[in-house]
Write a new protein. Sequence first.
Lengths: 341, 797
Amino acid sequence: MKSKTMQGGFDFLKKIFKVSALLMLMVVFIPQMLSAREKFAQDLFSVSFPSESDGWACGRWGTIVHSSNGGESWHHQQSGIDFTLSSVYFVDSQNGWVVGDGGTILHTTDGGEHWEKQECPIDYFHMSVFFINARTGWIVSERTHILYTENGGESWQIQFNDQDFILKSISFCDEKNGWAVGEFGYIYHTKDGGKHWDQQAGEFGFSEETGEIVGGTFLYAVKAVDPSTAWASGIDGYISRTTNGGDFWEKVTGNGVPRTHIFGINADGFGRIIAGGVGHLITSTDYGSTFNAGDMAPSIVYGWVYGIAQRGPSGFVAVGKKGWIYLSDATGASWKRVAGE
Amino acid sequence: MPDNQGKHDRIVSYMVRYRLWVMLFVVIGVTAFSYGITRMQTDVILSHMFPHDHPYLKLHARFAQVFGGGGTNVVIAINTKSGDIFNPQTLGKVKEMTRKIELWPEVYRLLTVSMASNASKVVKTQAKGEIVIEALMFPEVPKTEEDLALLKKHVFSLPQYDGTLVSEDGTAALVLTQMKEDISYEQIFVKLRDLVERYSDENTSIHIVGYPMLMGWIYSYKYQMYIVFAISVALMMLILFLVFRNVVGMVAPIAMSAICTALGLGFIGWTGINFSPLLYVLAFLVGARMLSNSVQITHRYIEEFRALGDNPVAAAFETMKAMMMPNAAAVATDAVGFLVLGVAKIILMQQLAILMSFWMVTIALQGVLVPIICSYLPIKAQTFGAKDKLGRLGKAIVSMANFSMGPGKLLVGLGMIGIIGTGIFQITQLKVGDPTPGSSILWPDHTYNQDQALVNEKFNISSDNLMLYYEGAKESVYEPDVLKTFELFEQHMAEELPDIYKSSSSIIGMSKMLCLTFHDGDQMWHQLPRDPKQLTGILGYVRNTAGTAVLRRFIDGGLERTQITLFFADHTSDNMLRIKKAALDFFEKHPMKIANGEFKLAGGRVGMEIALNEEMKQAHAFMDSVVLLSIFIMCSISFRSVVAGFMLTIPLVFSNLIAFSYMAWAGIGLTTSTLPCSAVGVGVGVDFAIYLYSRCKEEALVHDDWRTMILCAVRTTGKGIVFTGMTLILPILTWYFISALKFQAQMGFFLAMLLCANMVLALTLHPLIILLVKPRFMKKKVQLANQEKVASALQIG
């Protein structure tokens, strides 16, 4: 009887010990788990939403972030490099590419769980990537290089190169028709999937009288809407559009466009245009006849947004300074920040 | 042994006989020392507060001559309550303040930066594609809407200004400066406060943080500290009056404390050693110890006076005979406690060790002087205060001791186990360094801490900076490897410490700004080019166009040394460890040495704090061990018994566990301000037990039974212990309630808690230990007396 009581007491002590040990572990580890922090917020330059729910953004120091709930929350993916990643493009929720500094081209086939480096014939700073399907894609880079793949990036080839300028952005509306834009207002256009690239705009030279550089406006972004229609944006509130396949690029001025660097532009086929840059994000619902300042919460007046993408019919998403990610409502008029400092 | 006893008695007898001469000698000595008080220096000297031998400090000192130090940064925020700073009025204030501060002799002009200084540059493109580096807002403030908009554009497109010199929301601007090392913080505080008053208005508030400002605030409480001292002393006198209710009881302790104070302060003055206001609380601790000892001795004198029938000379003789040695032993333990502070390689501590141990030694005079002073004071034997009340107190004390030795034995044992368990856990939580983001010296709602919170919230810059240095061959600072490593280091720290990393400042900022401008303001290019040729080209451009004065913040004249400064949100001890670990981790993966030079960690305020915390951590464990060991040795010698040493030292461990648990629980870290208190505190209160043990030895002559002997000793000494304890605890506790300096309040509470713990242990645990151990040293007198009896009986026989 006595030994039973002692055994009971011993068991009780053992239980107490176990509970205490568990509590100790909780005391030690739970605060550490709770304090498992988000990474330092880096500048983001590009965003891609192949579906309404799945989105990726990329930026400085090899940053890739992913959302699977329409952009409401984001988490980091391992790119494995620390170069600046300038552009991301996903054709579906599994297959995507990011490009960046040092000739970086990364590819994923599992929604970004694993990123693999693809061989690149040049080690320039790639500025933009665009894929029309899982096999066919283009990259624009420094020294007016356009790279092309037709096997999902297993091999990339130089499709076009020209003068020593930087091409900043490329966009296709189908397998044949696309535009690439860059420094000094250069716009190149193809109607045959890149077999031929024609210069539609841009100039660079020196004034014989003053010796000053004479050149077109630096263009940051282009968005091809259909074979006839495309939008481009650049320095000092420069927004231009073509409605005839690039035969004529018309500057959109004085209707609510602020004089600021406009790094990103996006448009759908229903007259909605979103453009954003230093301190401003503007929207239009009438094919660019008028622009209104987006209702940003919080304001971006002391910062900038860079990449802008559509996320299905739900609206748009814009990314920028220090990890900022803004989501718009369906109209694109009202925006809220969901990430960044 | 009897010979020794005889010699001791003869000395005592001699002193009492010539007590007038003794007093005269003391008066002359006190007068001479008092003059030294006028020579006292009470400055806060920064270099005295850090471990001068630590490699980080040596490195910091060497590079501080080139780039300035990180220890004396001042951050001044000009905050607008509505709207932003981009209006001529607010910008005018930024400009005026910058110009004013630049001309102060206390600051390094080159290291004074704001958006209105010439050193703040912007890269602009001009005609013919030419790129120039111009001042952001110098010499004039923009007036037109267009110019203001341009300034705003420049600021917010350049990360080195956005969030650093101007807050990210545009509502506040900064003026950063660095003070010289040998300035008067009292004077600079007046100037800084004047800025606050002059430039604050209905829409503008000024917030200043940084070490000089903090020291200034502490100085500003100097007079309040004096008031707290005065209140504490008044309270002590009140308690003395309530306890003794006679002239002797009040005058003797106060007079004796005044003598010791004069000797101690005079010594400080004569030696020319600086006495930092941060350590005034220690002076009070010494003062309290003076009072406690003199109260014990006075109490004994009154007892003897009563027992010997109104004979002051006989009472003085008996008191001196009984108290001189225990008093000296108690004082010696505390003096060693102070002396051991000198092991820390921090000048402040070493100076403190000399000053305070001398001051403590003066208390040894009390064993002689208190009985002599008492003998000159009038006393009425029947007026020893409220006897009934004291009687009740005495009964309560005896009951407590009796309970502890009887039915309460288990309770005392369990209490000790509880104390050990809780104490050991809490001590592991004890932080070395400052555990609070602002200043732990001041209360959280203090203006300084509020200002710190505002600066932290609005800016990516702070006064807590880490500097990574590079030193190499001539002109090697422009090698791409150097700046690449800086950039990678900055990135690594930002990634590893995203919650505390704020921003960085180096030549990289200007290089990135150039790269951005070369690419027409494209934010994607705000980075160092990967291509070494491009990078070399940009660095060459910086070198040729930025101007020497601007570059001197980052690069030395010989192009051999450069630095990157990283700003962090705070200097809490945990974060210091994290910063150090992250920095060392980086150099595990990257070489410290490159082709033409070497990277060196760690300078700046963070480097200094890390060095200090490391020294503190080492010194703390060592000091506490040495204090305990010295107490053990002193007690062993005093009672001529190793057992006595153990019996008196072990309970001290318990009381210290309680006190350190409080420190950990209250979030008090071990700093240069708190370490001396905690080290000295180890021995505070051991005298309660020493007096009890001495009394036990005397009672052993009368009582054979251990229990009776202990209870008799408690009955006679217990009241003395409680009176002394209360005389110390209550005045020290007033600090907790009225001091504007948080750390002093907390230290007051810490010391009060230690004293209280030791007082209670002397009346509970010690009687129990004596009863259980039944130490032979307590019965030595009995044995000797018996031997003498036997010997005399044999002689008679």
